[in-house]
Design a protein around this ligand. Structure first.
Ligand code: GDP
Length: 295
């Protein structure tokens, strides 16, 4: 994960590590390289600039040049800033409803259906919940089949209605079904498109209005870098979602989406997907991610 970025940051910070004394020039050069590494990792330009400015300000504020181990302090400042940028503390999801309704949104191929299954499995096995998956993609019969396959894999019921082409009605019926069966979490998998379009956005906004979910999650493929951030922005303008799910972090991603998304849409990343299997899900911890990035 983020191998290239880790390597470049390590190289940038290496100059300072172990140095007894460092100069203002060392700091400036290092920050320039840090910024370059972030940009190479597809971090949003504004975010990268703010990042290095913040680190510089803190370094000056703490009189980094006069401290005993200035290099170590700089490394710490960079790490703290990374943590801050990615969201500070880890966030949970709201499971207070009865049932709690979780609405999944995102483009086609982002990993929504897979993640719906992973989340259901996580809640069932780790949080002792009784989830129901609801198939609301009325355009692609294969999407309904896929959710049933996922549900079978993890032993979680899937609610679908192939005769109905109204996703709002299906989602409401799904919630009613969960209530009648004593199931306490409803995960609604919705239709995505290859790109943002008005019909898709209207549809998901209608579902959102009708069922008032406790959590609206936006799923995005981390491999898409800056596009991931732009799509998040568009979805957030319509949906005002609660959190981001970053999938495919097991692939050869450069890290830009993970680092920029929080600062651009001001919504936390809540979970990450790290593979195709049902247990390839992790709660997103900004500090652990920063550790991984810095190696
Ligand atoms: P949807 O169209 O948004 O519902 O996306 P899918 O759930 O069908 O996922 C699209 C493809 O991405 C599938 O081939 C999944 O197996 C794959 N996928 C989903 N999440 C992950 C992940 O975290 N890592 C990897 N490597 N593949 C994933």
């Amino acid at each position: 994960m983020f191998d290239n970025l880790s390597e470049k940051l390590d190289k940038a910070l290496h100059v300072l590590k172990g140095h007894g004394q460092i100069t203002e020039i060392n700091v400036a050069e290092t920050l320039k390289e840090v910024r370059r590494a972030l940009l190479d990792a597809d971090v949003n330009f504004k975010t990268a600039k703010e990042f290095t400015n913040n680190v510089k300000e803190k370094a000056l504020g703490q009189n980094v040049l006069t401290t005993l181990q200035p290099g170590q302090l700089m490394v710490k400042l960079v790490k703290d800033e990374l943590v801050e940028l990615m969201g500070g503390d880890a966030e949970g999801i709201d499971l207070s409803g009865d049932p709690s309704v979780i609405l999944m949104s995102g483009l086609q191929g982002s990993g929504k259906t897979t993640f719906s299954g992973k989340l259901a499995n996580y809640l069932k096995t780790k949080k002792d919940k009784k989830p129901l998956l609801v198939a609301c993609d009325v355009y692609r019969p294969a999407a309904i089949d896929q959710l049933h396959i996922v549900g079978d894999k993890i032993g979680v019921e899937v609610y679908s209605d192939r005769e109905n082409n109204d996703p709002v009605a299906i989602s409401k019926a799904g919630v009613a079904h969960a209530k009648s069966q004593g199931l306490n979490v409803v995960i609604i998998d919705t239709a995505g498109r290859l790109a943002v379009d008005k019909q898709m956005m209207d549809e998901i906004a209608n579902i959102h209005r009708a069922i008032q979910p406790q959590e609206t999650l936006f799923v995005v493929d981390a491999m898409t870098g800056q596009d991931a951030v732009n799509t998040a922005k568009t979805f957030n303008e319509t949906l005002d979602f609660d959190g981001v799910i970053l999938t495919k972090l097991d692939g050869d991603t450069r890290g830009g989406a993970a680092i920029s998304i929080k600062s651009v849409v001001n919504k936390p990343i809540k979970f990450i997907g790290t593979g195709e299997k049902m247990d390839a899900i992790d709660v997103f911890h900004p500090d652990r991610m920063a550790d991984r990035i810095l190696g």
